[in-house]
Design a protein around this ligand. Structure first.
Ligand code: NIG
Length: 300
């Protein structure tokens, strides 16, 4: 992609390599091997980094803010082969190290199975998902990370399901059995329709209070773009016509990440190899990175 150079127009991305500490750190976690749908999601971290250069790091405010000026943003590269038991251990350890040295860790997926090692490594006590699906399936796949964080995590690190909020759960995208599992476990489910009835601000306020309750709360935030309309996310295997518009997703992301209890986030289910010619799914993922950073910059 040829982009013009203008010294008065800084670009997003191209952040320095992580070194000791940062306000925000990017980490690629290119999971893909256990995806239920065929995916090339392991190609996505590089594609998102490339797409970030299309955008400026500047907020129009007021006040006008250059994210590169007010935040120390670093890029820690990618975790090598994060699938499988060894890969999960590698990803968890790397996230733990980076999370301890930053205010917000942003993991670039990868399919949705990355949520398990990223939330574990960040020491999450609560979880907010934006996702059309529950991800409570049995087994190990991109459809199971939420169940695994409740049932499979090592002793003392499991997330209490009453501290899990799932936003954007959609009709015709889930089974009754997994919906019942969510209800039995006390997960707070906020459907796509409920978001549209109540509005983003109201839903955000409830989500951070539920997921952020308890002592020393640490919220992990999973952003699965399959909650979006298929027209906005053609490069996402499971997105459905009628999902969130791009602006709804961006508003949810900025609203939730503004809460200081959010210590980590992941962006999942973008298959850069299946995107349209315009690269619109990858562009939306890049904008989610910038929304997370904008939220961090705006924290009190
Ligand atoms: N987070 C995604 N979960 C979907 C995956 C579907 C797919 O890859 O086709 C689910 O559980 O159905």
């Amino acid at each position: 992609m040829a982009l013009s150079h203008d010294p008065l127009w800084p670009r997003g991305g191209d952040w320095p390599a992580f070194d000791a500490s940062a306000d925000a750190v990017l980490l690629g976690v290119p999971t893909w091997r256990t995806s239920l749908s065929a995916t090339g999601a392991h190609a996505t971290p590089a594609a998102v980094r490339e797409a970030l250069r299309r955008y400026s790091p500047t907020l129009m405010g007021p006040p006008i803010v250059d994210l590169n000026e007010v935040l120390r943003i670093a890029d820690a590269g990618d975790v090598h082969e994060p699938d499988g038991d060894e890969g999960v251990a590698r990803a968890t350890a790397r996230v733990a190290e980076l999370s301890a040295a930053s205010r917000l860790l942003i993991a670039l997926g990868g399919d949705n199975s990355l949520t398990y090692p990223v939330a574990l490594g960040a020491g999450a006590t609560g979880l907010i998902t934006i996702d059309a699906h529950f991800d409570l399936r049995d087994g190990v796949s991109n459809g199971s990370p939420v169940r695994r964080l409740v049932e499979d995590a090592p002793t003392g690190t499991a997330i209490d399901p009453r501290r899990i909020v799932q936003i954007g759960i959609a009709d015709f995208a889930n089974s009754a059995a997994y919906a019942q599992r969510a209800a039995d476990w006390g997960i707070r489910v906020i459907t796509l329709d409920e978001v549209r009835r109540r509005g983003v601000a109201d839903v955000v306020a409830e989500a951070v209070e539920v997921a952020g309750a308890g002592d020393a709360p640490r919220i992990h935030f999973d952003i699965d773009v399959d909650a979006c309309d298929r027209a906005a996310t053609p490069g996402c295997p499971a997105s459905v016509p009628g999902g969130f518009a791009a602006d709804e997703l961006r508003a949810l992301v900025r609203g939730i990440a503004a809460d200081p209890r959010v210590v980590s986030a992941d962006i999942a289910e973008v298959d850069a190899t299946a995107d349209d010619e315009d690269g619109r799914t990858v562009r939306l993922a890049a904008l989610c990175v910038l929304e997370l950073l904008a939220a961090l910059a705006g924290r009190a």
